[in-house]
Design a protein around this ligand. Structure first.
Ligand code: RP5
Length: 193
């Protein structure tokens, strides 16, 4: 039986509480920020173990966001609705994660002009090569910015979303500089042997 955990955090001054399950396939949190700037969408519950790293990165930078499971092929109407409503909901970036030949990022991008970042999931059959190609190889006209397969992609999609938001938010730009500085200091301080 999975253990239930409650977490509480402050996102842009708003206190939020969410429940997660501490099992290997923890549930996507049911709650989200009141006015999310970023939507983190994934094709299946099974993607959450990877995409929680995008959630954690956005939270670390204090960016309001929501996390949802929406499938391009299993809930096509929901995918169309999320994409179509993105601009009127003032979302500024969508992160879309899917595995196999699912075209979630491309489908969402077809319904909106806000930036869509695709995260290919590591798949069982082809180790994520299928996910990578079905996300990255969009025909000209409907762009999807595709990042690396799996956890590095989840983290980088969040950092890229933050960089996009930082174009008009100096406080986020400052946090990005601090983040880079901390990374650099860590590497410079590394001693081997
Ligand atoms: C895709 O199919 C999902 O994004 C997931 O990566 C993959 C497998 O989904 P499940 O069979 O685990 O639900 O749509």
């Amino acid at each position: 039986m999975a253990r239930q955990i409650r977490t509480s955090k402050t996102v842009n001054g708003t206190r939020t509480r969410k429940k997660i399950l501490a099992s290997p396939r923890a549930r996507v949190p049911a709650s989200s920020s009141p006015s999310p700037l970023v939507a983190v969408i994934m094709g299946s519950q099974s993607d959450w173990e990877t995409m929680r790293h995008a959630d954690e990165t956005l939270t670390k930078f204090g960016v309001t966001h929501e996390c949802k499971v929406i499938s391009a092929h299993r809930t096509p109407a929901l995918a169309a609705e999320l994409g179509s409503m993105a601009e009127s909901r003032s979302l500024e970036v969508i992160i879309a994660a899917a595995g196999g030949a699912a075209h979630l990022a491309g489908v969402l991008a077809a319904h909106t002009t806000i930036p869509v970042l695709g995260v290919p999931m590591r798949s069982e059959a082809l180790n994520g090569l299928d996910s990578l190609l079905s996300t990255v190889q969009m025909p000209a006209g409907i762009p999807v910015g595709t990042v690396a397969i799996g956890k590095p992609g989840a983290i980088n999609a969040a950092l890229l979303a933050i960089a996009i938001l930082a174009n008009s938010r100096p406080e986020l730009r400052k946090k990005l500089h601090e983040f880079r500085q901390a990374q650099e200091e860590k590497i410079r301080a590394t001693k081997l042997g």
